[in-house]
Design a protein around this ligand. Structure first.
Ligand SMILES: [Zn+2]
Length: 145
């Protein structure tokens, strides 16, 4: 079991925390509340995907449109897991998703080292490459940055 898997395992007082989050009124309140529970979980808010990965941007906007939600930002978090032992972080991610965010883990998405647009990590890029045809090589910034 990885360190992050343990770090974000549901705490014993999960019901109390879930009850509490219902009382948070604004996105900033939710943000502050989550930071009080897991200070490191929220890592970056990015405005868009790099132009090199235009299909990711399009998928996000299409998904938001499907749910009648205005796309806002890409939220990168330290860890995501949808299993039975990580219901709290899944709920946090869901709250942001309902507000138009696309929530991705740092294992999948990172900011371009120059312009802070979202790009896949090397690991995720290699997984993507197995499934779709990508001509370029991975680099830690956009092609034109
Ligand atoms: Zn860039």
């Amino acid at each position: 079991m990885s360190e992050l898997n343990l770090k974000y395992k549901d705490p014993l007082n999960i019901d109390e925390i879930l009850n509490n989050i219902k009382n948070q009124k604004t996105l900033k309140d939710i943000n502050d509340f989550i930071k009080s529970v897991y200070p490191d979980w929220i890592m970056y808010f990015l405005n868009e995907y790099s132009n090199d990965y235009i299909h990711m941007q399009q998928n996000w906007h299409a998904a938001a449109k499907n749910y009648n939600i205005k796309p806002t930002q890409i939220l990168i978090v330290e860890y995501l897991n949808n299993d039975e032992e990580h219901k709290l972080i899944s709920t946090f991610a869901e709250l942001f998703t309902l507000c138009g965010f696309i929530v991705r883990s740092q294992q999948q998405i990172q900011p371009c080292s120059k312009c802070m647009r979202a790009i896949p990590t090397k690991n995720y890029f290699d997984i993507l490459k197995e499934n779709i045809k990508i001509e370029m090589e991975w680099q830690p910034s956009c092609y034109n940055c």
